[in-house]
Ligand binder design. Structure first.
Ligand code: LMR
Length: 328
């Protein structure tokens, strides 16, 4: 009897210990290649987080839509099938947080400084708060860059878009942007863009160079225009129940790891895009065109009214507050 209770006590202690030692797993799913600003920062976060928690936390990064495509990944996060994502800011509309689409407005950020004033200031904080009722916590804004346009015909003026079917992300602002240019927008998951361009299901698309290059879109697009007409960035988000349930010391360590990964991400984003553009140029499959000053003003004339048209969806005050940061 005595031996039995000693054995029982030992087995309870062992199982408690095993439980205490079992790593906390963070599945971090994303849709882009590892060799992109987001992909590299996810890897950096993994390293930092595992080191800071002495291996108590294990971060499993699943790039390239390996686990989930655009829309599915947000559903998976809410269900707790994955713990962390970094969707582009253009993909929060279907979740019911339309305000994130403000980042898609044409010409809303005249510079990266204006962007950071928004993401790192009160506006950014307020936007992240809107995720919480959806069971999601926003940890950081990650950067990518300003977008370029591509198609199999030269895109110099808005008139060149007439009749083109352009792939967009699931943002109503991007829908309005393509319609303002005279094109027909078509929402497609990121993982399907290359094949859709190749098969001619869509005629063209937009993205920063890092995505065009790593997905090899330039192989199936004859013309690329450096238009800088809009921005693409990300929100790193976690499942709220998971995050709130972490031991406080672990959560603090992960927050620090995220801050460091974010600093790294911002430092590499521009360089990565510059290298990607150089890669597109040197592959020689797409002709890269820079808009003239006159063409730029024509694009602005056609696209700026999208800001006004989207006031009802996104909020006039928010759009004005963002533009104010840009005017500083
Ligand atoms: C896209 O779907 O075009 C991009 O948002 C993909 C990404 O996450 O950069």
């Amino acid at each position: 009897m005595k031996l039995k209770s000693v054995l029982l006590a030992m087995s309870v202690a062992l199982s408690f210990n095993a439980h205490a030692q079992a790593p906390i797993v963070i599945k971090f799913s994303h849709v882009v290649a590892t060799d992109t600003p987001k992909g590299q920062a996810a890897e950096r976060f993994k390293q930092l987080a595992e080191k800071a928690t002495n291996g108590r936390v294990k971060v499993e990064v699943y790039p390239n839509s390996q686990l989930y495509k655009d829309k599915e990944e947000l559903e998976a996060l809410q269900l707790g099938a994955v713990q962390m994502l970094a969707p582009s800011l253009a993909k929060f509309g279907p979740l019911g947080v339309k305000e994130f689409e403000a980042f898609d407005l044409p010409y809303v950020f005249p510079s990266k400084t204006a962007l950071y004033n928004v993401t790192e200031g009160e506006i950014g904080k307020g936007l992240m708060k809107k995720l919480e009722p959806k069971g999601i916590i926003g940890l950081a804004f990650w950067d990518n860059g300003f977008k370029i346009m591509s198609a199999n015909r030269p895109l110099h003026t808005p008139a060149d878009f007439k009749g083109l079917k352009m792939r967009i992300q699931s943002s109503k602002v991007l829908d309005a942007q393509m319609r303002a240019l005279g094109a027909t927008p078509q929402v497609l998951p990121f993982s399907e863009v290359y094949a859709a361009l190749k098969a001619g299901v869509v005629d063209g698309t937009e993205n920063p160079p890092s995505n065009m290059y790593t997905q090899k879109m330039y192989e199936v697009q004859k013309y690329v225009t450096l238009s800088d007409h809009g921005y693409l960035g990300y929100a790193v988000v976690v499942n709220k129940r998971f995050w709130d349930g972490l031991p406080p010391a672990i959560r603090t360590a992960l927050e620090k790891a995220m801050r460091e990964a974010t600093t790294y991400e911002k430092a590499i984003a521009q360089r990565d895009n510059d290298l990607a553009l150089a890669g597109i140029r040197s592959a020689g499959k797409s002709e890269v065109y820079t808009l003239s000053v006159k063409e730029q003003s024509e694009w602005r004339r056609v696209l700026l009214p999208v800001q006004k048209a989207m006031e009802e969806r996104i909020g006039k005050e928010l759009i004005e507050a963002i533009n104010k940061e840009g005017a500083k």
